[in-house]
Ligand binder design. Structure first.
Ligand SMILES: *Cc1c(COP(=O)(O)O)cnc(C)c1O
Length: 453
């Protein structure tokens, strides 16, 4: 059988009765983009390589919906990879950005907006006493790692397979096979030296972490973890995992870094550290905190953060850091999220989506595992319980591609990869969820009725 993903970029497919959407304009835009931008995209997953087909070029969004260049509209469950908690073009965010734009967009000098947003974050996040703004999650993590090495005088870092911490060289290590595996670089151009001090363990395995710490006594500067993993699909921490990391790092004199770039202000107003009541030494933030504009931060214990220049000797800087437009968007966003009921509405919406996908798959006899937490949700097309990257990889990625395209044709925009989380915003109201329910049920049935390729 012929489905749209089997023939990427073929305009002829639009005459196929099974393909409801036109994609001609997006296909033309992609062809033009490819001439001047690698793969036509500014970040690799956007190119749809793992599901095939043409990525819709987006011309606008409002609330829970986005519209592409061919005039198709979709219910958006990607939400700029989780950065938008209030949906697209929220009136208060637009107003805040507009007001600031009229006053100037960047000064490279301190503004009161930075203090205001920093105070909001410090009040919300139990383990953040002081923070420094940067422009991307990658920078936040890179800087937190530098600080952890400076503060401990140690070199090694422990990360978990399947956790993504941005694209800094030392963290571009994905999976070691088993305990004590030294990292191998994930990308050409990353030298063996750059990752020589990166150790990898399996998510949710305290035993592997303990073994690594014993194998490298006095050498581990920090353990960095996504407290709720969202970059291998959505994988929740098992009972005691985060507590175990806190206990082991304290016992071994290493720092605990929570990478809350995705989870901060998404799983709860104070992030996973508030939800699970664990105090990491350092916290990385991004995405929602910048209200959909480029802002990120790293923060934590006062004695650590005061080691950052110019208070201390650890150098870190940025031309556009604390950008006024991003600060204004972040303040407006956190103000809305701080109102009563915001996270209850996110919880309800993510659970409704996870349940709706689970029910549709079970009815269609497709294997499925689902998760939901705060404004995050996700599903794996497998019968195996997913607790780490190895079990996540049992998911059927070809089946995912078929489900993904059937959903896209029904107006549901999900991440073009089985190994990404899905999101909801406060704009995903009862009406949007009802529409999603109908579309998901129909799309999953279509996949089942078409059978395998
Ligand atoms: C998105 C993400 C990053 C990287 O942030 P960028 O702003 O894309 O550099 C780092 N860590 C986690 C957990 C993320 O989800």
């Amino acid at each position: 059988m012929c489905t749209s993903h089997a023939h990427p970029n073929s305009p002829a497919l639009t005459s196929d009765s099974r393909v409801r959407r036109s994609t001609a304009r997006s296909a033309n835009l992609l062809a033009a983009a490819r001439q001047v931008i690698p793969g036509g995209v500014s970040s690799p997953v956007r190119a749809f390589r793992s599901v095939g087909g043409t990525p819709p070029f987006i011309i606008g969004g409002k609330g829970a919906r986005i519209t592409d260049a061919d005039g198709n509209t979709y219910l958006d469950f990607v939400l700029s990879w989780g950065a938008l908690a209030l949906g697209h073009a929220h009136p208060l965010v637009v107003e805040a950005i507009t007001l600031q734009a009229e006053r100037g967009t960047s000064f490279g000098a301190p503004t009161e907006l930075e203090t205001e947003l920093a105070e909001m974050v410090v009040r919300a996040m139990p383990a953040v006493e002081m923070l420094r703004f940067v422009s991307s999650g990658t920078e936040a993590v890179m800087s937190a790692i530098r600080l952890s090495r400076a503060a401990t005088g140690r070199r090694k870092i422990v990360k978990f397979a399947g956790c993504y911490h941005g694209h800094a060289d030392s963290l571009l290590v994905q999976a070691g096979s088993g305990v004590a595996t030294l990292g191998l670089p994930d990308s050409p151009g990353v030298t063996a030296g750059a990752v020589a001090d990166t150790l990898t363990a399996s998510y949710n395995s305290i035993d592997e972490v303990e073994a690594l710490l014993s194998l490298h006594p006095g050498a581990v500067a920090a353990i960095i973890v996504e407290p709720v993993a969202g970059n291998m699909g959505l994988v929740l921490p098992s009972l005691g995992f985060l507590q175990g990391l806190r206990r082991l790092t304290t016992a071994h004199g290493a720092l605990l870094i929570f990478d809350e770039v995705m989870t901060g202000f998404r799983v709860a107003f104070g992030g996973a550290q508030r939800l699970y009541n664990i105090s990491p030494d350092l916290t990385c933030l991004g995405k929602i905190m910048g209200g959909g504009l480029p802002a990120a931060a790293y923060g934590g214990r006062l004695d650590l953060m005061e080691q950052i220049a110019p208070s201390g000797k650890v150098y870190q800087a940025g031309t556009l850091s604390g950008n006024p437009l991003a600060m204004a968007a972040g303040i407006a966003t956190l103000r809305e999220l701080g109102k009563p009921g915001a996270y209850e509405s996110l919880d309800r919406a993510s659970l409704a989506m996870a349940n709706c996908v689970r029910d549709a798959c079970l009815q269609a006899d497709l294997p499925v595992q689902t998760n939901a937490l705060g404004g995050m949700w996700g599903f794996f097309l497998t019968d195996t319980t997913v607790t780490d990257f190895a079990s996540a990889k049992t998911a059927d990625t070809r089946l995912y591609a078929r489900v993904f395209h059937a959903l896209l044709d029904e107006g549901i925009y999900l991440a073009p990869s089985q190994f990404e989380a899905a999101f909801v915003s406060t704009a995903h109201d009862a009406q949007a969820l009802e529409a999603a329910h109908i579309a998901v049920t129909k799309a999953v049935m279509t996949v089942r009725n078409r059978g395998a390729d």
